[in-house]
Design a protein. Sequence first.
Length: 276
Amino acid sequence: MSDPCIICVAITGSVPRKSDNPAVPVTISEQIESTHAAFEAGASICHAHVRNDDETPSSDPDKFAALKEGVEKHCPGMIVQLSTGGRSGAGKARGGMLSLRPDMASLSVGSNNFPTRVYENPPDLVDWLAAEMVAHDVKPEIEAFDLSHILHAALMHKRGQIAHTPYVQFVMGVKNAMPADRHIFDIYVQTVQRLFPGAPWCAAGIGVNQVVLNEWAVAAGGHARTGLEDNVRLDKATLAPSNAALVTRLAEICAKHERPVATPAQARAILGLRAA
């Protein structure tokens, strides 16, 4: 297999704190520095959240704008993917940064359980977020926490709510949501291939499942996500020293399966994105 593998680095997220791992980048300057190191290690997509000074999640468009500007300056060509996730805000505040026209944004098209709460994605909000992405030429990454999310994304694509070829990411290993189950993973892959023939797809594993999903996705011809948002450790006894260290581990998995790591230009071509 020689198809390039796109590495996405989820640098911060909304949950991990510096008390969990001091390497978690919180301030904008820390996030830019951490992203640059991950970019140098092979990541071509930066999946970004922003935080307040007290490390709580934020959906402040000004913070997103500063982070986007810094990444574009220091990581030439890197794909900027901003999060519209529900932990960062409520209602339309979750999409307040879409007018910045990032290359991509995450889009969860259905609700599901999380460890201590319901991850709510009501239909009217999903439709509004999707419409904003179409209006601002932002490619959605469909975050599938359940099989129904892939099927609903297909319906939205048929209706024109998702433009161009969909890009679906399977998220497995979230407590109370879909576990890292190989049989279900294979069904996800088959479903995407059936509904969107030839479309690229990605997978992300949470916690100890990160390296498991990295291995499955790379071996199956998909793309893969890593980063401190999803997992703060290299193994049970060792904290990850940086986002770059997790990207390096994923790049080694790519090499094992004889898949080159996609450059930013290759990643943009695979995903059908505009030039940097």
